[in-house]
Design a protein around this ligand. Structure first.
Ligand SMILES: [Zn+2]
Length: 345
C-alpha cells in the first residue's frame, strides 16, 4: 500500500515535473524565443546599418559598369545599378526617389558620351560623379528615331510643325555613339578611370582596388586575344545586326557593321524602306546570317533572313543583365562565336 502510494506520489511528481518542464517550454516559446530573436534581429540590423554607413555608396548608371566597378571594389562594397533590369538604359530617367538616393552617394559612375542625358539637369557635389570614358574619343552617329508622339507631347515638338499632322514622328540628330563597353580595350580605359577615382576617395583600400583592377585588365586582354583569334580566319568582314551597338567592336576587329534600324536605340523600329535596303545589301554581300539582339524583336531579323534564305543568330549588346546570369566575358565570347559562324561560312 505504502509502496503504491509512494509510486503514486512519485508518478505525480514526475507528472508535476513534466508539467513544470512544459511550462518552461511554453514560457520559452512565448517569451524567451521571440525576445532572443528581437535582440538578435536588432543586433543584426545595427550591424547592417553600421556596415552600410562604413561602406562606400557606389552607383553605376547601367549594367556593364556594374561588372567592371564591382570587380575593382571586390568585397569592400556592393555596387548599385541605377537603371532597373527591365528598362533599356538608352531610355532611363531616374525617379525622384532615385535622385534623392543619388544625392547621398560617395560616387556615381557614368558611361559618358551623353549616354546619361538625364544627368545634365541634376546638380551634384564635385567629385561625386565619374565619367568612366575620360580619355576615350567617341564616334559620332546619326540617331534616327521613329516613334508615335503621345498627344500631350505635341506642344514640346513645336519646332517640327510640318510633322504635326503625322502620327509618326522622325527625329534626326547627330549624337555620340555610346557603345564603348563592347570593345574590351576601351573597357580597360574605363577600369583605369574607376580604380584611380576609388583610390582617391578611399585611399585605405587603394592597394586592393589596384590589384583587382590589374586582374580585371588581364582578363580583358585575354578576351581581346580570344576574339582576335576567333575572327582572324574569317574572310568575310560584313555583318548585319539590329542596331549600331558594334561600331567600336567592328573598328577594333576590322569588321564592317550594317544595321537594320538606324539610331542608337535598340528598340527603334526600322521603316519598310530600310528593311528593303538591308535585303538588297544582304544579297549583294552574300550574307548568310542576320543578327538579332537578346533584347530586340526577333521577328524583324527573321523577316529579312527568310527573304534571303539566311539564318538568324544573336549578338548581345550586353546593355542589361543576362537572364541566365552570364558575365561580360562569357557573353562577349558568345558574340565572337556567333560572328565567326556568320563570317567564316
Ligand atoms: Zn544600344
Amino acid at each position: 500500500m505504502l509502496l503504491t502510494f509512494y509510486r503514486f506520489i512519485n508518478n505525480k511528481s514526475v507528472f508535476a515535473g513534466m508539467m513544470a518542464q512544459s511550462k518552461i517550454a511554453i514560457i520559452a516559446i512565448i517569451i524567451i524565443i521571440p525576445l532572443v530573436s528581437v535582440i538578435l534581429w536588432s543586433n543584426e540590423s545595427t550591424k547592417n546599418l553600421e556596415t552600410s554607413e562604413d561602406e562606400l555608396q557606389v552607383y553605376v548608371s547601367f549594367y556593364p559598369l556594374y561588372e567592371t566597378t564591382q570587380a575593382v571594389i571586390g568585397q569592400k562594397a556592393d555596387v548599385k545599378i541605377l537603371t532597373p533590369t527591365n528598362v533599356d538604359p538608352h531610355d532611363f530617367d531616374p525617379s525622384v526617389k532615385v535622385i534623392q538616393e543619388m544625392k547621398t552617394a560617395d560616387l556615381i559612375i557614368l558611361n559618358g558620351g551623353g549616354f546619361e542625358s538625364w544627368i545634365s539637369n541634376m546638380e551634384f557635389e564635385s567629385g561625386q560623379l565619374l565619367d568612366s570614358s575620360n580619355g576615350i574619343s567617341f564616334l559620332k552617329t546619326e540617331s534616327v528615331d521613329h516613334h508615335e508622339i503621345p498627344e500631350e507631347e505635341h506642344e514640346e515638338h513645336e519646332e517640327h510643325e510640318e510633322h504635326e499632322e503625322n502620327e509618326e514622328h522622325e527625329e534626326h540628330e547627330v549624337v555620340s555613339d555610346p557603345h564603348i563597353w563592347l570593345n574590351p580595350n576601351l573597357v580597360k580605359i574605363q577600369v583605369k578611370n574607376i580604380v584611380e577615382r576609388l583610390s582617391k576617395i578611399d585611399p585605405e583600400n587603394s592597394k586592393s582596388y589596384n590589384e583587382n583592377a590589374s586582374q580585371y585588365i588581364e582578363k580583358l586582354e585575354l578576351l581581346d586575344l580570344q576574339i582576335r583569334e576567333e575572327l582572324s580566319s574569317c574572310s568575310k568582314k560584313d555583318f548585319i545586326t539590329y542596331h549600331n551597338a558594334f561600331s567600336y567592336f567592328s573598328n577594333e576587329y576590322g569588321l564592317t557593321q550594317h544595321v537594320i534600324t538606324k539610331g542608337v536605340h535598340d528598340h527603334s523600329q526600322p521603316t519598310a524602306k530600310s528593311i528593303e535596303g538591308i535585303i538588297d545589301l544582304a544579297k549583294k554581300l552574300d550574307i548568310k546570317v542576320i543578327f538579332t539582339e537578346d533584347t530586340s524583336d526577333i521577328r524583324i531579323s527573321q523577316v529579312i533572313a527568310d527573304e534571303i534564305g539566311a539564318d538568324v543568330l544573336t549578338l548581345s549588346p550586353i546593355a542589361t543583365q543576362d537572364k541566365e546570369n552570364k558575365n561580360y566575358f562569357e557573353r562577349m565570347q558568345e558574340n565572337a562565336s556567333s560572328l565567326k559562324e556568320a563570317l567564316c561560312n
